[in-house]
Design a protein. Structure first.
Lengths: 368, 368
């Protein structure tokens, strides 16, 4: 691994001082912002995450705020998911597509009220797309990036830690719902969500000045819970089948190829820009799709798409991989043609260090 | 400096194999792509750049291609620079603004023909803005990111090296013009441009498979010129007053604040989205503006905006800085209120390692 060179362009977060004091080992860049990738090591972080509780600086999940009488109309323009039943207080995973049905982002939309949404985005400047659409359609809506920085609490002891800092009521919060809780007299939006399957919350910290006080309060309250600084963990997120925009899917892919067809209501999502383009794939299904792939032994970090070959034909590619300590194999995510996507199919994968064999799994490792 | 963690999301370039073989020391991320920041050291690279010739992997200058009958109309929608006089074969530096006049990018537009442009972008997903606008306005134009990766030749021996590989005619190319040259029978667009003031070219390598052949040909031909792998050099680019989007300017700033008013023809750039918002600042001038700032001694890397204070009031901020070996001081770029922007004004700058004194310069160190 090479060094990362600091500059203002790679934005620090309200929690960076805490992250550095906790001994961050490596960074990636996400939405022009620093995102830790490991502290002790991916493997040590992984075991800790599954047993205890971690606090994650995910400020890089920047928010796009929509506010105004056309906010709901604009939100529906962006996604093929039918939002008519979405209630204030609800979070929804919403694929965002362009006019060709290509994925532009896969954020979580947070509905604060009929005229106000936050879109908690993956790694692309979705703000520019939304602003362009809102402006050209002359929608009556303000679109901006507010000073909101998510901080996640993840791991099996998350409820206990969150309850100590934000009150017992937080235990009753349902999955993908948010509530307004109190921190030192300040209202804070907290959702039961997060980029792992170990349970937990995401705190939408409004106002950078509240970053370190909340960070410190969590560490103070969680001492006996063995709380540590953590971050999205490559091994755990692949086991969990949590896709990564830019890694596992790009503008090249439809939601259906990404296995996100269940989040598309193409028949009824009237107003969605990519709806026409998706009607056919929604009916016929895609010809390639995301699959979990198990590889025996260790493979290098997946820093580029690895071709999956069959008889000199490319029939797919692997886009994420990691060693899985618990499953004693390498876990991977790839896009595979329908001729080869059935569970149990053996795949020939070309890594930069040679060809390895993978097997298509019927489900991700943590799927119910 | 921490490590950078590899993933497909931080895209490799067609030249990455060459960059790694040349011993890259550090990376940044730019348009979701790896950009080297130094090889031997910023200081050693700097001296070499000013004396010899370097080959730079600037594939991260991704292209947004506009193609179709409305290409020129769309291009004018994006920028307050009047493009009516722009000729095919010409490159123009074009500030891109949103509806509030805020900078979204500061790319170079390359006009291939009346119905075809490349926009060679700085670090933001300008593609999403342009696609949003084109789509919502129903312009007849295709907007896409083609497989084009710029490779720069920079330094005083650039003409000699380029002539050896692409033919003697390249010496006659004027600044910010491009021509079509030949490499192994293949047409290649090459412009006299680049992100330094040491002279040179940018090769728009079309087709990733041509990346390493052109890279290797340049190193083969330049052995006796002491050619080396290089990259945009923090010290040289600040001395030269070359601004960096995301560092020195953001969506918060108008072009006029960035000293780019000379590239805005607000009265005549009819159709530009941000024109109305810029009319007043174009007439009255901005109340804060980019300035070169000289600081005695060494300061840390500018990884966040450093406040410039006067009597407990923030009157500006420093956004880029570097030690300058040739000028024996730290060179910096900042945004300063008009009350304090006159040359010779002493500024009190709050770095994370303490307060330092800076002086506003009348011009950048390499300005003519």
């Amino acid at each position: 691994m090479a060094l990362i060179a600091p500059s203002r362009r790679l934005r620090r977060t309200p929690f960076s001082d805490g992250v550095e004091a906790a001994g961050v080992g490596g960074y990636t860049v996400y939405n022009h912002m620093l995102l830790p990738v490991f502290f002790e090591s991916i493997e040590a972080d992984y075991h800790h995450l599954k047993k205890h509780v971690q606090v994650w600086d995910v400020a890089c999940e920047r928010q796009v705020e929509l506010r105004g009488p056309d906010a709901t109309r604009l939100m529906q323009t962006l996604t093929p998911r039918d939002l008519r039943g979405m209630l204030p207080g609800q979070c929804l995973y919403v694929p965002i597509v362009d006019e060709t049905g290509g994925m532009l982002n896969d954020p979580v939309a947070v509905k604060l009220s009929e005229d106000r949404y936050w879109i908690s985005i993956a790694d692309s400047d979705l703000l520019l797309w939304v602003k362009g659409i809102a402006n050209a359609y002359r929608f009556e809506v303000l679109v901006d990036e507010p000073d909101i920085s998510p901080l996640a609490i993840q791991g099996p002891k998350s409820d206990e830690l969150a309850a100590r800092v934000f009150g017992e009521d937080i235990r009753n919060l349902r999955f993908f719902r948010f509530g307004i809780f109190s921190f030192e007299g300040q209202d804070v939006v907290i959702a039961r969500s997060g980029y792992s399957k170990q349970g937990g919350f995401e705190i939408y910290v409004e106002g950078s000045e509240w970053g370190m006080p909340i960070w410190n309060a969590l560490f103070e309250a969680g001492k006996d819970l063995n709380v540590r600084a953590g971050c999205p963990n490559a091994a755990e997120r692949i086991e969990s089948g949590l896709l990564s925009y830019g890694n596992d899917m790009t503008r090249e892919n439809t939601p259906h190829e990404c296995g996100l067809g269940k989040f598309c209501n193409t028949q009824t999502a009237i107003g969605c820009i990519g709806r026409d383009a998706l009607l056919r794939v929604a009916k016929d299904g895609p010809i390639r799709q995301i699959r979990p792939i198990e590889i025996k032994g260790r493979v290098p970090a997946c820093d580029r798409a690895w071709p999956i070959m069959s008889k000199n034909q490319k029939i797919g590619q692997v886009t994420s991989s990691s060693w899985s300590p618990d499953f004693d194999c390498s876990v991977a995510i790839g896009m595979v043609r329908m001729t080869h996507w059935d569970p149990g199919t053996t795949l020939s994968i070309e890594t930069p260090e040679g060809v390895v064999e993978g097997v298509v799994k019927d489900r991700f490792w943590h799927e119910n």
